[in-house]
Design a binder for this molecule. Sequence first.
Ligand code: HPA
Length: 272
Amino acid sequence: MNIITKLTETVTFIKTKTKIKPRVGVILGSGLGHFVQHMKVETHIPFGEIPHFIPPTVDGHSGNLILGSIDDVEIVVLQGRLHYYEGHSMEVVTFPTRVMASLGIEILIVTNSAGGYGEGMKAGDFMLIEDHINMMGTNPLMGPNIKELGPRFPDMTQAYDRELLQMAERIFRSQKTFCHKGVYVGVTGPTYETPSEIKMFKSLGGKAVGMSTVPEVIAANHMGLRVAAVSCITNLAAGITENKLNHEEVTLVAKQVEQQFCSFLKEFVLKV
Ligand code: HPA
């Protein structure tokens, strides 16, 4: 079945369950799913019940599509996401993003947890993503272009919208939450990086590394969405400290900053 048919079936299914017409979409990363408690939920659908969605396999990712509002802003939220390292094709990984775009969102806010290696970074910091480097060795738009979705050669000079970035910075400042700004390097995982890989990413101008976001941001740009993205720096990257990395630490730190993160996100959704 081609992707347009799949998208049509999925969007038709979702529209039978909701009256919400979302303008903003949000993807919640590891340990950041509690944001939904800050919204008025109208519809909550587990990924497993949505045609052509696949339930996530990672701890800390619940896998729900949620429609609702914050004040009078109607939003759609992915609580959990699919990763390339789970063995899914890029088409599967980006499908939920394409569904949100097909539901009519204009703005996509992507969140993730990431390892940090920028100057002065520490676990629990935030970083607004200014740009990315795709180190996944593939691209979700490979293969025949689906012209109904977007152009063959999408421009990526402002993959992360400057106005949204400035707005996000102002909100962090007004909430007295420090945030870094920098380049996110997207890798496949599932191994964490070697210290030498982190040295290389640093020499390339990166400040954070993670196993998500890049595919979704590419698919969103292809479909003409304005994108903003924020990383929760859950740990210092490999070799920056002597500590070994583990997923439990990542989800624990994300939980510790969740309140600050939710305050930011709520304000951001209201302002965009
Ligand atoms: N590397 C890659 N992905 C991550 C990390 C990391 O150190 N922390 C959280 N996600």
